[in-house]
Design a protein around this ligand. Structure first.
Ligand code: IPE
Ligand code: IPE
Ligand code: MG
Length: 237
């Protein structure tokens, strides 16, 4: 396949509706959704995608019923622990990005050990956005940039004239290329506070498939759709 995106990002939506359609609790949709992540990781690696990221839990998702939040956090711990051997032996580098201050100690420690274990792997990079919000990211980047400048004694004038270039290095995604393609499942056409800065020139693809049904074929179809897009970046071609 030609024109393979370097970074594909998935807004995994529709787990609750998938379960509801089957008369099951929302939680079963989340469990089944883990299988879709596995399928997409395999399809991405096979296609030559270098970075695959998934939006797993937004800052706003903390406002869901306490039981759902708790079961989702428990599922993250279980899924990471269960998948890590396979990911590591396939050379996958695993990362979690988001406001980790809000995660509990057990989850943070599983994340740390998975990240450390796979840090030097050179295959696909899998990034899980957890407790993430695009606005949070931009604000923390601005604060970091200013506090660094203040610490090195920069004048107010030089702080106020800081250029756009280099701002990326303060974002939580520093070093990761911006997503070429952002796919959202379940028929919703919105970003829900995801990668607001980094997605400035991403190709967007909204599909009706619910996340638990989004597997290898759906992923490959999305790559085919991307290959047809004409990215102009504001220029005339
Ligand atoms: C996506 O599925 C998973 C998370 C946001 C954690 P939802 O749980 O949002 O499922 P729907 O949108 O209610 O069907
Ligand atoms: C977006 O899904 C967040 C994730 C997929 C993690 P939501 O289901 O939370 O989004 P809204 O509430 O429909 O915008
Ligand atoms: Mg949803």
């Amino acid at each position: 396949m030609n024109n393979i995106p370097m970074h594909v990002s998935l807004i995994m939506d529709g787990n609750g509706r998938w379960a509801k359609e089957r008369g099951m609790d929302r939680f079963y949709g989340h469990i089944e959704g883990v299988e879709s992540v596995r399928a997409c990781v395999e399809a991405a690696a096979l296609a030559g995608v270098k970075y695959l990221s998934v939006y797993a839990f937004s800052e706003e998702n903390w406002n869901r019923p306490q039981e759902e939040v708790a079961s989702l956090m428990g599922l993250m711990v279980k899924a990471m622990a269960a998948e890590m051997d396979r990911l590591d032996s396939n050379g996958v580098r695993f990362m979690v990005i988001g406001n980790r201050d809000r995660l509990d100690a057990e989850l943070n420690s599983v994340i740390d050990s998975c990240m450390e274990r796979t840090a030097s792997n050179s295959g696909l990079t899998l990034i899980v956005f957890l407790s993430y919000s695009g606005k949070w990211d931009i604000l923390q980047a601005a604060k970091k940039m200013v506090s660094e400048a203040l610490a090195s004694g920069d004048s107010a004038e030089s702080i106020l004239s800081m250029p756009l270039e280099g701002f990326d290095s303060y974002l939580s995604t520093a070093g990761i290329p911006d997503p070429d393609l952002i796919i959202r499942t379940s028929g919703e056409s919105r970003l829900s506070n995801y990668l607001l800065w980094q997605g400035a020139y991403s190709e967007l693809l909204f599909v009706d498939t619910l996340w638990p049904d989004f597997r290898k074929d759906e992923f490959n179809s999305a790559l085919e759709e991307y290959a047809k897009r004409d990215r102009r970046y504001g220029k005339v071609k």
